[in-house]
Design a protein around this ligand. Structure first.
Ligand SMILES: C[S@@+](CC[C@H](N)C(=O)[O-])C[C@H]1O[C@@H](n2cnc3c(N)ncnc32)[C@H](O)[C@@H]1O
Length: 307
């Protein structure tokens, strides 16, 4: 199987993790092992645990990490604690999350993530559980509208949800092309002419919903922070504002000593910060990387250190 994915912000992540050759590191989104390989190559007596929920990524990463001190496990990173317990690992020196989908998942038309080409409407990273077709054929118009608005910031969410409802009443929506058609038919002609890919926001929203991406991120951050040793680093790369907001807020919460409500005149909680921010502002890819790799244009890296 060919698995194509160019890692983003690679040097910045390696720097940010401050890798110790004897440390234990976890890459929660191994993908094609672009980051994993660079981490594992810096270890001597240390070890890398590489997780991915997608069996295709697990196969590619296992092959690419052969001969390096790495163990690849198929798992959602929200359950990283279970994977670590099974491996007998009781603390991490560093964690990396490079969120979202890989180029492989997008380019492999049969996976149903792409609005270009025609394939079964699938979008499941783990290749198990309900598909995007299950979702669009069963959710109410109000629920579809919420998903499109919340996860896709789609201005025509209500209209698109209505077209999906009427299209599926005639015949179930089974393919990506049928969904693209339903989206296009909901938009005013001027919008259709201006926006070359009017289904982009709908596809992003459904993908986030099908894979429970924001819940997994929220739970995963807590689980992984708990597993970090004092002095351990966490690097998270996000690709859209919903993810970045969640990471920013959680990092701030961990780095904030006082948890009293802002209206309290003096601190009564005596709280201690649990982390320090290594990046006050997110790191973005340099112009050269952005020119070479489109995905890098929206990437934002945040780094913290556990105290
Ligand atoms: C952007 S790619 C990572 C690419 C990788 N860093 C590389 O350089 O090859 C994201 C990967 O994370 C996986 N993924 C996304 N969310 C996940 C989750 N909650 N748990 C485990 N894997 C996840 C996807 O299946 C995909 O393979």
């Amino acid at each position: 199987m060919s698995f194509h994915h160019i890692p983003v912000l690679l040097a910045e992540c390696i720097d940010g993790l401050a890798i110790r050759p004897d440390g234990i590191y976890l890459d929660g989104t191994a993908g094609g092992a672009g980051h994993s390989k660079e981490i594992a190559a810096r270890l001597t007596t240390g070890r890398l645990i590489a997780l991915d929920q997608d069996p295709d990524a697990v196969a590619a990463a296992s092959q690419r990490l052969e001969g390096l001190p790495a163990t690849v496990v198929q798992s959602n990173f929200r359950y990283a604690d279970r994977a670590l317990a099974q491996l007998g690992v009781d603390g991490l020196d560093g964690v990396l999350l490079d969120l979202g989908v890989s180029s492989h998942q997008l380019d492999e038309v049969s996976r149903g993530f792409s609005y270009q080409g025609d394939a079964p409407l699938d979008m499941r990273m783990s290749q198990s559980g309900p598909t995007a077709a299950d979702l669009v054929n069963t959710a109410s118009r109000a629920e579809l509208c919420r998903i499109l608005k919340e996860y896709g910031e789609e201005p025509y969410a209500w209209q698109i949800a209505g077209k999906i409802e009427s299209a599926r009443a005639a015949a179930p929506i089974e393919t990506t092309a049928q969904l693209v058609q339903a989206v296009a038919s909901a938009l005013p002609p001027a919008v259709r002419r201006k926006d070359k890919n009017p289904a982009r926001r709908t596809f992003q929203a459904l993908r986030i919903a099908v894979n429970g991406e924001l819940d997994a991120l929220s739970e995963g951050l807590d689980v992984l922070f708990a597993a970090l040793k004092p002095g351990g680093r966490m690097c998270v790369i996000t690709f859209h504002s919903l993810e970045d907001r969640l990471v920013k807020q959680r990092f701030r919460q961990w780095a904030t000593a006082c948890t009293c409500p802002p209206e309290f005149p003096v601190c009564v909680c005596g709280g201690k910060a649990r982390a320090k921010l290594i990046t006050k502002k997110p790191v973005e890819a340099a112009a050269g990387e952005q020119a070479e790799n489109r995905r890098a244009r929206s990437a934002k890296l945040r780094i913290l250190e556990k105290l």
